[in-house]
Design a protein around this ligand. Structure first.
Ligand code: DX5
Ligand code: ZN
Length: 224
């Protein structure tokens, strides 16, 4: 299994996104996590389709797009067309999840399903065959810079156990409140993709933070 860092641009400098993207590229980062918020599914508004389009033109990194929006069915096509690679929809959002995940796949994109901290992994096991990745939220979606919610580790553990028992191969990503000091807990719970926003872009030395994450992820990769 690949261990991957997906830096969240939500905490980057939006006026200088290219600079932060180059920083990621120059430090062996392969994913970029892009948080899309509609002010309805979550009480915040962030970035939308035109920004993803511009980011796509500027980098070949895997665009891991996290849609925190109530009606993904209205927008997944647009996010696919501008070059998203992974499209994460929320289990708690509106619409039939199986059709939406199938639609993402049919557009040649990687379908992923996200669960909020209070949703149990048990609710989404039936959807495992339709996803390449589960995204487990370790904070309430909507804002960067919150504290990690420990109880969400059981969602990662449950998904990892189910993956093992059924010889499946989906990725498990965790998002929210993760830094280089607490990343071991999710990784020990079966997570293989770590999202980090403020821990990287809010740090005085973002490059040093990426390197610290890379060191930890390399260790887990070697331990397999
Ligand atoms: C929160 C977003 C996260 C956020 C993580 O709703 O989904 O991706 O950027 O930020 P940190 O790492 O600061 O918790
Ligand atoms: Zn996110």
């Amino acid at each position: 299994m690949k261990y991957i860092l997906s830096p969240s641009l939500l905490s980057a400098d939006f006026a200088r996104l290219e600079k932060d993207i180059r920083l990621c590229e120059n430090n062996n980062v392969s994913y970029l996590h892009i948080d899309v918020m509609d002010g309805h599914f979550v009480p915040n508004i962030s970035i939308g389709v035109p920004v993803v389009k511009s980011i796509r033109k500027c980098t070949k990194l895997v665009l891991d797009v996290h849609l925190m929006i109530s009606q993904p069915e209205k927008y997944i096509k647009a996010f696919a067309e501008v070059g998203s690679d992974i499209i994460n929809i929320h289990y708690e959002a509106e619409g039939d999840k199986i059709s939406l995940l199938k639609e993402i796949r049919a557009m040649g994109k990687s379908p992923a399903l996200t669960i909020k901290p209070k949703t149990s992994y048990k609710e989404v096991l039936d959807l495992a065959e339709y996803v390449d990745m589960f995204l487990v939220m370790s904070v309430e979606p909507g804002f960067g810079g919150q504290s990690f919610i420990e109880s969400t580790l059981k969602n990662a553990e449950g998904l990892a156990e189910y993956r093992e028992k059924n010889s499946l191969s989906y990725d498990i990503e965790m998002d929210g409140g993760i830094n280089a000091d607490n990343a071991a807990a999710p990784l020990d719970s079966g997570v293989n993709i770590i999202v980090a926003g403020s821990a990287i872009f809010g740090a005085s030395d973002p490059e040093g933070e990426i390197k610290s994450f890379n060191k930890i992820l390399n260790r887990y990769e070697e331990m397999q």
